[in-house]
Design a protein around this ligand. Structure first.
Ligand SMILES: N[C@@H](CCC(=O)N[C@@H](CS)C(=O)NCC(=O)O)C(=O)O
Length: 197
């Protein structure tokens, strides 16, 4: 049985959403932050004491996007990844979300809400907002006339949609196309199931 190491309102939520999209059985291992600091967790689950991590048989996979891509491949009949050899745009948007967009969302979040007020630097937040706007313009263009980033819904939407939704929530993303994409994400039954408790 797949086992997801999970803390609510973290990047583990996007993996839980993916598992709900797949509608496969899984164990939700609700842990807390002290558990992630335990020697056992650091040794056997996540070397940085973070979530998410997915145990699949004898292996443990970390990194939310890697877990989501792995799950799409593990259940090919669910058609959440394009066929091998046709995955250029699919990989592109997964990596774009994680490597290009998410670090800007993180910087903006830290310097507008997460850090204690005295440690926030408004020029960092502003620079992140500008860079995010420029980088997200490519997503806006790609979504033109489409509901989902590849046309039909795939695991790339789980990764990209999680990041865009986070960006919309903290208001670094304000382009109507991104706000509407985030609304479509939140309207999915699997998204709602993944957040029911
Ligand atoms: N790139 C990693 C980031 C994982 C990560 O940083 N997770 C946060 C929660 S969203 C965490 O567990 N941080 C450890 C901490 O706050 O101590 C992924 O996408 O899985």
């Amino acid at each position: 049985m797949l086992k997801l190491f999970y803390i609510p309102n973290t990047r583990a939520s996007r993996v839980r959403w993916m598992l709900e999209e797949l509608a496969v059985p899984y164990e939700l291992a609700r842990i807390d932050w002290p558990t992630t600091r335990s020697p056992d967790y650091l040794d056997k689950v996540h070397p940085l004491g973070a979530v998410p991590a997915l145990q699949d048989g004898d292996s443990v996979v970390i990194e939310s996007a890697a877990i989501i891509a792995h799950l799409a491949d593990k259940f090919p009949d669910k058609r959440l990844a394009p066929p091998p050899g046709e995955r250029g745009a699919y990989y592109q948007w997964i990596v774009y979300a994680m490597a290009t967009l998410e670090p800007l969302v993180v910087a903006f979040n830290e310097h507008t809400r997460k850090l204690p007020e005295g440690q926030r630097i408004s020029t960092i937040a502003e620079a992140a907002r500008r860079s995010f706007g420029a980088a997200a313009a490519a997503v806006v263009r790609e979504l033109e006339g489409k509901e989902w980033i590849l046309g039909r819904f795939t695991a790339a939407d789980v990764v990209l949609g999680s990041v865009v939704n986070w960006a919309a929530m903290i208001k670094i993303a304000d382009a109507p196309a991104l706000v509407e994409y985030a609304e479509r994400i939140r309207a999915r039954p699997a998204w709602q199931k993944a957040r029911r408790d």
